[in-house]
Design a protein. Sequence first.
Length: 289
Amino acid sequence: MSLTVLDVLASEIDTSCEWIRLETDVKSLKASIEEVGLLQPLVVDEHYKLLCGGRRYTVMSQLGWKKMPCLMYKLDEVKAEMAAIDDNIKRTDFKGAQLAKALKRRKELYLILHPEKKRGGDIKSPKAKSNAQNALPVPTFAEDTAEQTGVGRHTIDRQIHRAEHASPEVMEAWENDDLSPSQVDALTYTDHETQEKLLPYAADRTCDDIKDLVDDAKLNGVDSTISGIRQIDEAQKIFKKILKGAKSLTVTIQTALGAGYSYEAYSKIEIQGELIMLQESMSQLLERK
């Protein structure tokens, strides 16, 4: 790998790399660069595509720099993209679905470079044969990623599991903060089609509740599970209305008592009849199992 340091016109720098983050908060970095200057150049490839340093690029653009100090790495496309991912994981506040997607893509790239590390191994590819002949120890994806990015092994494993097993719709819901990581985990233990059908009912349920739905869908079929969910949800709505009505009736009666209101005889009989019917209906409802 060759390395060259040069000044590049800002207008020639390509910021289209998916993993470069240009919209992050740069106030403290901007103050530092204004005070002591740029301590670390940007990193670009031979086509001036920005690989590392999205926040520094944003600051220099805001400060009106016409030329930007860059380190030029002559890397192949796979290594270039992986370098961009590593830098942005280290320097950018990647969280949740963003981190999971970045790690998943890094794994895809790493296995292109080291196919022998795929599950089951690969002893036939030229790359694998070369490593075997030279007896070069190659770290696993998780080991290499932890070393290059500082992300813990457990976090890497969990995020990769989510990214590889969650459906695109579930990943999008997670990215939009409609689902928590534990809710995503619960959904990932079934196929994508089932995940997507259960997704509308997952956001307001706990992780354990979602696991129960997934287990029920495996046992009885997802359509049967959803039918059950709808019945339960409808029943909950009705009982909430009953509770709200009961509270309202209690307040009304207490208000009448407090005001000292009284009724004619025929009014009392009518009210007593309705209350008796209400009590009988509630008794029947509450005794159901």
